[in-house]
Write a protein that binds this ligand. Structure first.
Ligand code: HEM
Length: 285
């Protein structure tokens, strides 16, 4: 995505990084000689829009209130289990030896990691199961949603439900965090893993398969949003003479056009610059 040609920008204001003019929907274009001035892009301004969208799914709240509760709980469950991967990696490093070999009491930081892991696992699996089952029911019962749902829409949700539910089974099987820390410790230290039981194996295999499957699906939207927001919706870097942007646009203008729409008059040889500058016949105006 990062190496694809420049996308058609929205140029629709306000954009989040123009922190001063965001409030009233303005842009730097309203200033005289804007092209001679340095444009300031505020990361804080972007965060103010991104965080409510990521953590609270503000867009779904505003535009599809009936879906919000299920989508929110579903995503919170996913975020908690994703964050748990980092906590458990840290746990594998800090308290892995204690738990793996069963010696020494845990230090304070070890106890915090251990308790936090339990809290995140319980909360993630419970909240995530509620959200995912809710989304499956909503998707299959809501007429508008069910008619636009593909096999993949249900498959993804069922796959994720299997992660959450197998996590709950792991919790009921006992010593879930000990098993997880042993698993992470043996991965970090490249040593063979003890037998951690069937509930653990099922959860680990489902979660591992999901991580392999994830890059090939629309669920990559958690990082693809960077491109749709920063490179399409909010990108407003001016095309100044001699700039990098100008060079890129010039390159793109030299691409041959193969579009079949008759009004474009493309023949596969003319490029975008030819088409944009060619004379339009009177009756076509
Ligand atoms: C930056 C973080 C994320 C944001 C802002 C976000 C936002 C959204 C939004 C607005 C929707 C549409 C509403 C809906 O259908 O429920 C959605 C749907 C979905 N997201 Fe995310 N998402 C994020 C991360 C993730 C992650 C990490 C995954 C999975 C690994 C994921 C999986 C899904 C799935 C499967 C759906 C479709 C749910 C359905 O069938 O209704 N999302 N997301």
């Amino acid at each position: 995505m990062a190496s694809t040609p420049i996308h058609l920008r929205w140029e629709l204001y306000p954009v989040a990084h123009d922190i001063r003019r965001f409030k009233y929907g303005g842009s730097f274009l309203e200033e005289a000689d804007w092209y001679t001035k340095k444009i300031h892009k505020s990361m804080l301004g972007e965060m103010r829009v991104m965080l409510p969208e990521i953590l609270l799914l503000k867009g779904v709240w505003e535009y599809n209130r009936g879906l919000w509760f299920w989508s929110f709980t579903f995503h919170i469950g996913l975020y908690l289990l994703t964050a748990l991967i980092f906590i458990l990696t840290l746990g594998g490093i800090i308290i892995g030896p204690n738990i793996f070999y069963g010696y020494d009491a845990l230090s304070l930081i070890g106890k915090i990691i251990y308790s936090l892991s339990y809290a995140m696992l319980i909360a993630g699996c419970v909240i995530g199961t509620i959200g995912t089952l809710g989304l499956i029911i909503k998707r299959s019962t809501d007429r508008e949603m069910s008619t636009s749902s593909s096999f993949g829409s249900y498959f993804n949700l069922i796959f994720i439900a299997a992660i959450f539910i197998s996590g709950l089974v792991l919790l009921f099987s006992g010593n879930a965090v000990d098993k997880l820390i042993k698993f992470y410790y043996s991965m970090i230290t490249f040593q063979s893993m003890p037998n951690l039981g069937a509930a653990f194996a099922v959860h680990a295999v489902i979660s591992g398969l999901f991580i392999l499957y994830l890059p090939f699906t629309h669920m990559t939207h958690f990082f693809m949003k960077y491109f749709t927001y920063h490179k399409v919706r909010w990108e407003d870097t001016p095309n100044i003479r001699g700039s990098k942007l100008e060079k890129k646009i010039q390159e793109q203008l030299s691409y041959p056009v193969t579009w079949s729409a008759p009004h474009i008059h493309a023949d596969g040889k003319k490029n975008w610059a030819d088409i944009a500058t060619e004379e339009v016949k009177k009756d076509e105006k």
